[in-house]
Design a protein around this ligand. Structure first.
Ligand code: NAD
Length: 290
């Protein structure tokens, strides 16, 4: 529980503060790992091409690694790299003992077959948790490396003492990286789940009855503030660049009046995602030395 932050920010969940707190823990654990095994946990990040948003994400990941004592190995490949070349790089990284985690920054240029590349990553080094083996384990209730955004959200809910057991949770968005794993994690903690998507009918009515709302659509302000039930917990995953700056999926100002707790955009879910990537790298490193 983080009452000091709740007091300061009212009902706004402080993702930056939680991310810092978790990074301090990771930093201590990475230091202990170095002491015990004579090396840092290592993360390889593969970036293809010049997409500016991807370059920013990769830079932030590198900085976060430096901050927490995780070694980062960067591979910036030309836009024209072939499928075979990138698969060979993955094979090489799979074999290298100092690399505990491999992350391929998405999206990839359209000539590359994303699925084949992600499946080539050793599941034990799949720190994004996107490999079918890891998603399958999650589905069976035996999670190992779990996608970072949903695990970050679970961490936030726990830190703010949100009771999940028996609650009605609605997840808007059904992607493999956010919506589906989020639903499974909440179900594992005994919430009753509704997954909504672009074909869902009566979305406002469904949101109105939910105790926990997770919005992950990438549609700016599509969840209206007056849909939020009084006392609900609202997690806004969406990030959209608009003329007014970065905005989430939820109409924040109005929703804040109804929610017991709500995440802002930016400063909510975003900082937790990279943090959980570091945590997954540490987790993978521990399994590699055991
Ligand atoms: P995606 O495009 O893969 O999936 C979007 C989902 O939203 C789809 O399942 C679609 O059916 C649903 N959807 C779209 N319009 C809808 C509507 N009108 N009503 C109901 N459902 C609708 O997206 P994603 O990769 O899951 O990402 C979603 C958003 O979250 C994006 O804005 C992305 O940038 C953001 N994101 C943020 C973080 C973070 O760390 N904060 C991490 C991952 C994704």
């Amino acid at each position: 529980m983080t009452p000091n932050k709740e007091e300061r920010l009212g009902n706004i969940i402080d993702g930056k503060f939680l991310a810092e707190k978790k990074r301090e823990e990771i930093s201590q654990q990475a230091g202990a790992f170095l002491k015990k095994y004579g090396r840092q946990p290592g993360l390889a990040v593969v970036l293809v091409g010049q997409d500016p948003a991807s370059a920013i994400y990769v830079r932030n990941k590198k900085r976060a690694c430096e901050q927490t004592g995780i070694a980062s190995f960067d591979y910036h490949l030309d836009e024209t790299v072939s499928q075979q070349e990138i698969l060979s790089l993955i094979d090489d990284l799979n074999a290298r003992a100092e690399v505990d985690g491999i992350l391929v920054q998405l999206p990839l240029p359209s000539h590359l077959v994303e699925e084949e590349i992600l499946v080539r990553i050793d599941p034990g080094k799949d720190v994004d948790g996107f490999h079918p083996y890891n998603l399958g384990r999650l589905l069976m209730g035996e999670p190992t490396l779990v996608p970072c955004t949903p695990t970050g959200i679970m961490y936030m809910l726990d830190e703010y003492g949100v009771d999940i057991d028996g609650k009605d949770a609605i997840i808007i968005g059904r992607s493999n990286i956010v919506g589906k794993p989020m639903a499974i994690l909440l179900m594992m903690r005994h919430a009753t789940i509704t997954i909504c998507h672009s074909h869902t009918k009566d979305l406002p009515e469904r949101v109105r009855s939910a105790d926990i709302v997770v919005a992950a659509t990438g549609r700016p302000h599509m969840v209206k503030g007056d849909w939020i039930k009084d006392g609900a917990v609202v997690i806004d995953v969406g990030i959209s660049r608009t003329d007014a700056g970065l905005v989430g999926d939820v109409e924040f100002e109005e929703a804040k009046k109804h929610a017991r707790l709500i995440t802002p955009v930016p400063g909510g879910v975003g900082p937790m995602t990279i943090t959980m990537l570091l945590d997954n790298t540490l987790l993978a490193a521990r399994t590699h030395v055991s």
